[in-house]
Write a protein that binds this ligand. Structure first.
Ligand code: FBP
Length: 507
C-alpha cells in the first residue's frame, strides 16, 4: 500500500514548456552543424553530420502509429519514471495506438530481449515516484559484435529506442545509432551532474539527490552544534566530479568542503583539515562538519597516477597480484603505504565501462585515519550515496523528466537519431524552458578505458571558473570558524513555490 505522500504525488501534474503540451503541433528543425574532430567523425559516419535540433510550433502534423522501446541504464536517478510517463503520454498524443515497450533490467534486458509492454496502469502507478523499478536497470556495456547483433534483433520492428542513461550509456546510444535502422535517442540521466555541456545544463536526478543529501548534512550540522563532540567526515556520491559536493556545500555551508578538481596533494589535504581543527579548538570548538566528494581520491595527483597505472595493468592481468608485481618502485611504495583496506579497494574490479568504483573506496575513513595520526579528535564517518538516488523526485526533476519524456516521443516521431535530448534555461520557470537535441558524437573525446583508447562522452568536471565555484570560493573562509551552517530541511512538495520549485544552486 502506498504512503499518503506517495498517493498525493501520483496526482501531481508536471509543469512543462507550452510547446510540449500538444505534440501534434510541434516539429524539430535542424540548426547549425558542429564540425567534429576527424577521428570522432570517422567512428560515426552515419550520425556525425547530425545537427542540433530546435523545437518549433507548426500546423497540425499527421499522426503516426509508433512502437518505441525504452530502457534505463546505470544507477537510478529520481525522475526516471516521469521520463517514461512523458514518453507514454507523448506517444499516445501522437497516435492513440502507439506502443511503449520497456526493456527489463537495462542494456542487459535489451541484449536478452526481455521486455514488457507498458500500459496506462503501469505508468499510472509510478508517476512522480522515485527509482527505476518499473523496468529496472543495469550497467552492462554493449560492445561486442554479439551484443550489437542481439540489440538489432531485439529492436527489430521498433521505430525508436530511447536510452535513459549517463555518459557511458549515452556513449552506448551513439554506437547503437550507427548500426540500428531506427532512431536511437539518449536522455541525460545521472545524479552525478557530470553529463553536462553548453546545451545540457544538468542531468536529471541531480537536484533531488543533492536536496536529500543537503537535508541529511543540515541535520548533522544541527547535531554537531547540539552535542559539540564530533568531527563528521561526510563522503558524498558523485563519481569523479565534485558537482554534488559543491551543490551541497552551497546549500549547507559546512566548515570545510574538499573539491577534487582543486587537485591538492594528500599532504595538503591533511594539513588543511588539521589546521582547521586547530583553529577551531582555539575558539573553543571541538566539533565540525567536513564534506568530501567520493571522487576526491582520483584527483590527488600521486594517487591519480597510481590508479591510472593500475587500470592499465589490471586490464592486462587476470590476477591483481600480478598487476602489483609490475608497479614501478615509486608506485609500489605508495601503494603499500596506504591502509590495507584502501589497497584492496583500489584493486576492486572496474565497472563494465572501465571506471574505478570510487563509491566503494572508503576515502572518508582513510582521511580520518591520516588526520588522527596528527591530532586527537572524536570523529564520525558517513557516506551519503544510495540514500539519494531513488527518492521521490523534486518538482524540478518531476517537471524536467516529464518534459524530456514528451520530447523523446517527439524526437521518435521526427526520426531523430544519434542525439541526446536537452532542455535549456532550466533556471527559469518551465514555461520558459527551451527543448533541444544535440548530436551525441559532439560530446565525445578519446580516453583510456580498460587499457585501450576509446571514444566516450567526456565527463564534465567542476569548472573552477564557474560562478557557482566562484561563490563557494569567496564564501568558504567565513564558514570555517563561524558555524554558518544552513539546514535546508526535507524536499518540499506543498507550500510556497520558493520552497517547492527551487532549482539546483549551481544553475
Ligand atoms: P550513473 O553514472 O550510472 O548515473 O552512476 C551514478 C552512481 O550513483 C555514482 O555516483 C556512483 O559512483 C555509482 O553510481 C555507484 O554504482 P553502483 O550502483 O554500481 O554501486
Amino acid at each position: 500500500m502506498l504512503s499518503f505522500l506517495q498517493e498525493k504525488r501520483l496526482a501531481y501534474k508536471p509543469a512543462i514548456p507550452p510547446i510540449l503540451e500538444d505534440l501534434s503541433r510541434a516539429i524539430l528543425v535542424p540548426g547549425a552543424a558542429s564540425a567534429l574532430p576527424e577521428p570522432i567523425a570517422k567512428l560515426f559516419p552515419k550520425t556525425h553530420s547530425a545537427r542540433r535540433l530546435a523545437i518549433q510550433q507548426e500546423a497540425e502534423q499527421p499522426g503516426r502509429k509508433l512502437t518505441v522501446g525504452v530502457l534505463f541504464s546505470g544507477g537510478p536517478a529520481p525522475g526516471g519514471h516521469n521520463v517514461l510517463a512523458g514518453l507514454f503520454d507523448g506517444l499516445a498524443q501522437i497516435h492513440p495506438e502507439s506502443t511503449l515497450i520497456g526493456f527489463l533490467d537495462g542494456p542487459k534486458g535489451l541484449i536478452e530481449n526481455r521486455r514488457k509492454i507498458l500500459t496506462a496502469s503501469d505508468i499510472g502507478s509510478v508517476r512522480n515516484q522515485g527509482g527505476f523499478d518499473l523496468i529496472g536497470s543495469s550497467r552492462v556495456k554493449i560492445e561486442t559484435p554479439e551484443h550489437f547483433e542481439a540489440a538489432a534483433k531485439a529492436t527489430s520492428g521498433l521505430d525508436a529506442l530511447i536510452i535513459i542513461g549517463g555518459d557511458d550509456s549515452n556513449t552506448n546510444a551513439a554506437f547503437l545509432a550507427e548500426i540500428l535502422p531506427l532512431s536511437v535517442i539518449g536522455v541525460p540521466k545521472t545524479i552525478d551532474g557530470d553529463l553536462r555541456s553548453s546545451e545540457i545544463e544538468i542531468s536529471f536526478g541531480f537536484d533531488s539527490a543533492c536536496k536529500t543529501y543537503a537535508e541529511m548534512i543540515g541535520n548533522i550540522e544541527r547535531d554537531a552544534l547540539s552535542t559539540k563532540k564530533y568531527y563528521h567526515f561526510i563522503k558524498l556520491m558523485g563519481r569523479s566530479a565534485s558537482h554534488i559536493a559543491l551543490e551541497c556545500a552551497l546549500a549547507t555551508q559546512p566548515n570545510l568542503t574538499l573539491i577534487g578538481e582543486e587537485k591538492q596533494s594528500l599532504s595538503q589535504i591533511v594539513s588543511q583539515i588539521v589546521t582547521l581543527i586547530e583553529q577551531r579548538k582555539q575558539t573553543g570548538k571541538e566539533y565540525g562538519v567536513i564534506l568530501l566528494p567520493e571522487g576526491l581520491i582520483e584527483f590527488i595527483p600521486e594517487i591519480r597516477s597510481l590508479i591510472s597505472l593500475l587500470n592499465q595493468l589490471l586490464a592486462k592481468e587476470s590476477k591483481p597480484e600480478l598487476a602489483l608485481d609490475n608497479l614501478g618502485d615509486e608506485h609500489r611504495a605508495l601503494f603499500f603505504s596506504l591502509p590495507e583496506k584502501i589497497q584492496k579497494q583500489l584493486l576492486f574490479e572496474r565497472d563494465p565501462h572501465g571506471n574505478i568504483q570510487v563509491s566503494k573506496i572508503e576515502t572518508e575513513q582513510f582521511l580520518l585515519e591520516l588526520v588522527l595520526k596528527q591530532i586527537n579528535i572524536s570523529t564520525a564517518a558517513h557516506f551519503f550515496g544510495y540514500e539519494g538516488r531513488s527518492c521521490l523526485p523534486t518538482n524540478f526533476d518531476a517537471n524536467y523528466c516529464y518534459a524530456l519524456g514528451k520530447l523523446a516521443a517527439l524526437a521518435a516521431r521526427e526520426k531523430a537519431t544519434g542525439v541526446i535530448l536537452a532542455i535549456r534555461r532550466l533556471n527559469r520557470s518551465p514555461s520558459e524552458w527551451e527543448p533541444t537535441a544535440v548530436p551525441i558524437a559532439s560530446l565525445m573525446h578519446f580516453e583510456t578505458r580498460s587499457g585501450k583508447e576509446k571514444a566516450v562522452i567526456a565527463k564534465t568536471l567542476v569548472d573552477l571558473q564557474s560562478p557557482a565555484y566562484g561563490r563557494f570560493a569567496r564564501e568558504r573562509d567565513a564558514w570555517k570558524l563561524d558555524d554558518a551552517y544552513r539546514m535546508p530541511g526535507p524536499i518540499q512538495f506543498f507550500g510556497p513555490s520558493d520552497l517547492t520549485d527551487s532549482v539546483p544552486l549551481i544553475l
